[in-house]
Design a protein around this ligand. Sequence first.
Ligand SMILES: C[S@@+](CC[C@H](N)C(=O)[O-])C[C@H]1O[C@@H](n2cnc3c(N)ncnc32)[C@H](O)[C@@H]1O
Length: 281
Amino acid sequence: MQIPWWAKLGAKLVLARLPFGYAMWQRLGIFRHGSMDSSDYAIGVFSTHVDRVGLTGRLHGKLIMELGPGDSVATAVIAAANGARAVLVDSGSYIRKDVAPYLALVKALKHRGMTPPDLADCRDIDEVLARCDARYLTDGLESLGQIEGRSVDMIFSHAVLEHIRRHDFLETMKQCRRILGSDGIGSHRVDFRDHLGGGLNNLRFSERTWESRIFARSGFYTNRIQYGRMLELFRQAGFEAEVLDVNHWAALPVPRGRLAAEFRNLTEDDLCVSGCDVVLR
Ligand SMILES: C[S@@+](CC[C@H](N)C(=O)[O-])C[C@H]1O[C@@H](n2cnc3c(N)ncnc32)[C@H](O)[C@@H]1O
């Protein structure tokens, strides 16, 4: 049975207020920040972005920044297996802290003929990060501000840009531009679907309700920056954006009359974009 969007929204508003930590919800699979704790998924995401920017086989000595790694620092291990270093920036600490998923990742990388660092004697996540010469920062925008200017060769994010708080989006992009070297490049997968069932039910709400603390902290927040506006903000931050792929809904997934006033007049072209892949230089 498919649970309607409004029931999911209601349940998440209630569940998010219960006094359980993220690790508990992660184990139950109720609130999860993606799937980077799966070896195949993490290797797939990493190679998709590296391939896209033409750096396959050319990562040695490079510094990679992953924005929004979610449930694991897998990118640190995969980067090290490629002779690169990684800095991972999230807006909170959501990673699996036991060593088991990283040992499984090492095995999967070896199986693919790569030479990841030996993590067998690592006792905790700090030792895993140290062995990979990687950093994991968890203060979002503030963490980006701590990264040295022009020090990063590649930035990537996967299903993250739509989650950055609306009021932080432009500044986050400006920070990404600041830390990227002059030959640096970024690759981003953006998912414009709501996180209540994959439509546009998030656009039914006024900005005041949607951006309120209670909504923004219930595990379904997306910033509702639509495709055209997001491209504009990339440019305002100093990036040249090359769109590689755009996905569309065949028709608006929510009747226009149900949208909040601020979205009702957007063009169908803009509203019907459900996802895109973009390279930023
Ligand atoms: C849907 S998860 C995706 C996780 C991972 N990229 C994946 O593909 O499995 C979105 C991630 O974006 C992170 N995020 C939200 N706002 C952020 C910000 N301002 N800076 C960095 N990460 C942020 C969330 O904490 C979460 O880890």
